[in-house]
Design a binder for this molecule. Sequence first.
Ligand SMILES: [Zn+2]
Length: 150
Amino acid sequence: MTEVAGQVLIDAARTAAANAHAPYSNFAVGAAVLLTDGSIVPGTNFENASYGLSLCAETVALAAVNMAGRLRDVVAIGIVGGMIRGDRIEGTAPIRPCGRCRQVLNEAAQVGRRDVLVYCGSATGDEIERHDLSDLIPYAFGPRDLGVVV
Ligand SMILES: [Zn+2]
């Protein structure tokens, strides 16, 4: 996986973040999932007035991937986020997926029988970290433990 692919995913995630529904936290997050055929599926955070029902950008994107029947084709994901200030999203530090999203990403990784690359970007896209999902959620519980994937 080239760093060019990482930058493409971060750019797609930044575009997705512009559509965040985040009136409670004012923290916009965008995600972009890369599939084996090179297609990219975006997602953005979708907050709810109940707070607890809010959906992370990563889960929104992965649900769309699953809806398309492509969960086993996930290769990488790019994630960005930052505070909404007017029509801008600000933040200079890369953000990383929450624990729940790491677990949801692990589902795709084990079903697809590959580690997923996780590109974590700043809101500006200037700072990008590259991680293997297995480093972000070591010893994960998943489909293997239930015998769904061997
Ligand atoms: Zn999350």
